[in-house]
Design a protein around this ligand. Structure first.
Ligand code: NAD
Ligand code: UD1
Length: 333
């Protein structure tokens, strides 16, 4: 297929570009490089032994999106482009609504103009908020508690309306749980400038000596060891979910992409210690505002209807992160 990938210079997008090229698809990448790195796209193409079209463009530039689509003629769009920091979304909500919501609207408008009828969208488990009881099925009540989560929910609602209005449109909403991992070559992974908000990139920074100690947020959650429990999923398993989504029929589909199994912060630190053979110093501190105790997917719907199931365990996720830390110590420099 001919696949248009937005945000293809980012963590998940670049790995998707590699996998799509590897499977023999033609890929065109659009990324404004606000966070991502063109070197990630170059590495993806090199690893697959294929070439890729790359445009340093913003998805909010509808005219440019139309021009690129008119020359590439995509059959499907994978839409990874977006901002993802919860803390930043609280301090700059306008930026998040403009980038994530307006950017997605612009992309859909360009798709309509160019007769492109298949969209796979990167949503997040954050849309479930704090009200329900895990494991979350796709039918669980939604209620994101921050602007980042609400921006994802708004795009989900937009896609629902677009699918209802245009019966030839295929909209696939994929709600990611906690993607971690890297390409086994150590060439493509998550590289965060400055201090990462997320656990695994922070632990990787400690292993690399960029930070002194991990802060474990909370010791009194109702979990076996008192720290938060998350459903970590290998990013390559997540991408197989996107590949499976390319075959879905017209209409709206919503899937959780998670393993159905949770791990605590201490279990992640222990696993990173055992794969790296190094001690990871940590301090237990207060809970981080806005965190839930447990977030775990019910992946049953994806298993039945998407014929997809995560294959890789936490050890493999941590091993690939550690390998990326060793092979690419300065990220994409
Ligand atoms: P990332 O920040 O590494 O990649 C996002 C990419 O989008 C970056 O390369 C950035 O430069 C690009 N981008 C941002 N705004 C753009 C715009 N307006 N126009 C063009 N390009 C733009 O993030 P990621 O981890 O690869 O996440 C990809 C998607 O998955 C995001 O939409 C994110 O919200 C979603 N998601 C990620 C996680 C996670 O834990 N990584 C979890 C749930 C959902
Ligand atoms: C966070 C976001 C979520 C977003 C996801 C992916 C919040 C409240 N939620 O999810 O909306 O979709 O990232 O970008 O920010 N932890 C530590 N020390 C750290 C970092 C994290 O103990 O330095 C703990 C957290 O309390 C949590 C677990 O590790 O229990 C995972 O945290 P994180 O990687 O930030 O992911 P989420 O909080 O699940």
């Amino acid at each position: 297929m001919r696949i248009f990938v937005t945000g293809g210079a980012g963590f998940i997008g670049a790995l998707a570009v590699w996998r799509l090229l590897d499977l023999g698809h033609d890929v065109c990448v659009v990324d404004n490089l606000s966070v991502g790195h063109q070197a990630a796209v170059d590495r993806a193409a090199h690893l697959a032994g294929k070439s890729v079209e790359f445009y340093p463009c913003d998805v909010r530039q509808t005219g440019q999106m139309i021009e690129i689509m008119q020359s590439f003629h995509p059959e499907a769009v994978m839409h990874f482009a977006g901002l993802k920091s919860v803390a930043e979304s609280v301090s700059s909500p306008e930026r998040y609504y403009e980038n994530n919501v307006q950017g997605s609207l612009s992309l859909i408008q360009a798709m309509q103009q160019c007769q492109v009828h298949r969209l796979v969208f990167s949503s997040s488990a954050t849309v479930y908020g704090a009200s329900g009881t895990p494991p979350f099925s796709e039918q669980a009540e939604l209620g994101p508690v921050n602007p980042y989560g609400r921006s994802k929910w708004m795009v989900e609602l937009m896609m629902r309306d677009v699918c209802a209005a245009h019966t030839d449109f295929t909209g696939v909403i994929l709600r990611y749980f906690n993607p971690v991992g890297a390409h086994p070559s150590g060439q493509i992974g998550e590289w965060v400038q400055g201090s990462p908000n997320n656990l695994v990139p922070y632990v990787m920074g400690v292993l690399q000596g960029r930070f002194d100690r991990v802060r474990v947020f909370g010791s009194d959650y109702p979990t076996p060891d008192g720290s938060g429990v998350r459903d970590y999923i290998h990013v390559l398993d997540l991408i197989e979910g996107h590949v499976a989504a390319l075959g879905l029929p017209a209409g709206l589909s919503v899937f959780n992409l998670g393993t159905g199994r949770g791990y605590s912060v201490h279990e992640v630190i222990q696993t990173m210690q055992s794969v790296s053979g190094r001690t990871i110093p940590f301090d237990v501190v207060d809970r981080r505002p806005g965190d839930v105790a447990i977030s775990i997917a019910d992946p049953g719907c994806a298993e039945r209807l998407l014929c997809w199931k995560a294959q890789r365990d936490l050890t493999e996720m941590c091993r690939d992160v550690w390998n990326f830390a060793k092979c690419s110590p300065r990220g994409y420099e």
